[in-house]
Design a protein around this ligand. Structure first.
Ligand code: SF4
Ligand code: SF4
Length: 147
């Protein structure tokens, strides 16, 4: 993983004490299509159609970002399917970009509500634009509406 390009703000001690409120409530997604392709498809992003057939086997789902599909972990009533008793079961290298980039805040511990925040590069709009561009590049223009 190119740590210079990635935004990584892990605070294992704080997050261990928290127990993963973010993972229970708002599992992160992969913001960078190239990184996602490198992690799961040897660097070659499959077509959206092909990804739809593989996504469940990977333990993932496609989230709808205002018409743009964005890969993320599957969720159930407890939250992210990768959340275990000892925290995230994915290696750090594999975790979604938003999970690595979320900036832990002590106030989350003291209040019991999420005050951790995402940097602008991992915002909804930026992620949507990244994936819209990637899918358009894959020839999926008909399936992905323009902004
Ligand atoms: S909610 Fe914040 S403090 Fe809690 S695990 Fe997530 S990033 Fe860490
Ligand atoms: S992938 Fe890991 S860090 Fe991200 S939401 Fe799921 S359990 Fe939490």
């Amino acid at each position: 993983m190119n740590r210079e390009r990635m935004q990584i703000h892990l605070d294992p001690q704080l997050c261990r004490q928290c127990g993963g409120l973010c993972c229970q409530g708002h599992p992160g997604c992969w913001a960078d299509p190239q990184r996602f392709a490198a992690l799961f498809f040897a660097g070659h992003l499959p077509s959206l159609e092909k990804l739809r057939t593989r996504i469940a086997d990977l333990g993932l789902q496609l989230r709808d970002y205002s018409g743009v599909p964005v890969p993320a972990p599957r969720s159930n009533e407890q939250g992210c399917v990768f959340l275990g008793k000892r925290g995230c079961r994915l290696d750090e290298e594999q975790r979604p970009c938003q999970c690595l980039g979320l900036i832990p805040e002590l106030e989350t511990l003291t209040s019991g509500e999420i005050h951790c925040r995402l940097p602008g590069k991992l915002s909804y709009g930026t992620i949507r634009a990244n994936w819209q561009q990637a899918w358009n590049h894959q020839g999926q223009r008909d399936a992905v509406p323009d902004t």
